[in-house]
Ligand binder design. Sequence first.
Ligand code: AMP
Length: 285
Amino acid sequence: MEIIHSSKEIQNRMIAARAEGKRIGFVPTMGALHTGHIALAEKVRPDCDILVLSIFVNPLQFGPSEDLDKYPRTLESDAEKAQAAGVDIIFAPSPREMYPQGFETTVSCGSITTRLEGAARPGHFDGVTTVVLKLFNIVQPHVSVFGQKDAQQVLVIRRMVEDLSIPVELDILPTVRESDGLAMSSRNAYLTSEERLQGPIIQRGLLDAQEAWNRGERNAEQLRKIVLNCYAQSSLMTTEYVSVADYSCVELSGEISSEVLLSVVCRTAVSQTRLIDNSIMKLLD
Ligand code: AMP
């Protein structure tokens, strides 16, 4: 496995690989790799000849008061994990390499990016789509895999790929969880041991709503209330939002007649860690 820092170098290599008929798979990440990231790599590995994983803590997608500076950067151990997962090339550019002096372009995907995470983190999705399109242009993947853990991100990237006719297939991996149900995240490293013990409550709320849904509950307010009631039991977490929305991330009310993206954000009391999770509830008929 190689680690490449230069975008020109990897782009030239990928253009040559494409010319030889090689199929390129791509996993974009911000590093601090955990089992969820590794599962993304393993999912796409059999579907490509060359597997590229990028590690870039993208300043454009962090707000001014967010955790850009303290976000974990662990390239050495990431490289070991990526190699074990069958990654051929790690692309690890510096911020200056991605955004040289004079960089001015923003890719913006419209109304979906103003809702949920976009409302809570203004500008976040512009940062995501700008870096993902740039990474696609550098790596030139045939297939790229993303996690359902960031469900709105998947919907936004799908929008961009469709709207801009980007020639890449998207593959989505279900959320990978710790054995107690907490969704894996690089940010879980921030949690105090007491906060970590309460982590499973986040999925518990989603499962409570899923059970109610399975029993026939279709009222959006009721579903929201079920999740909020569950989170009220946690002494170490406040709920930032519980959203019952459609696939355009528009909040639903009253009786639901579409598929639902139930997404939640909690903030822990001591380390002030922002934890996100979601589940999708489908109508069977
Ligand atoms: P990040 O490094 O947080 O930017 O995430 C890189 C990719 O890994 C994104 O597509 C995420 O959705 C995905 N990802 C992160 N955590 C998980 C998880 N627990 N399960 C599945 N995919 C994940």
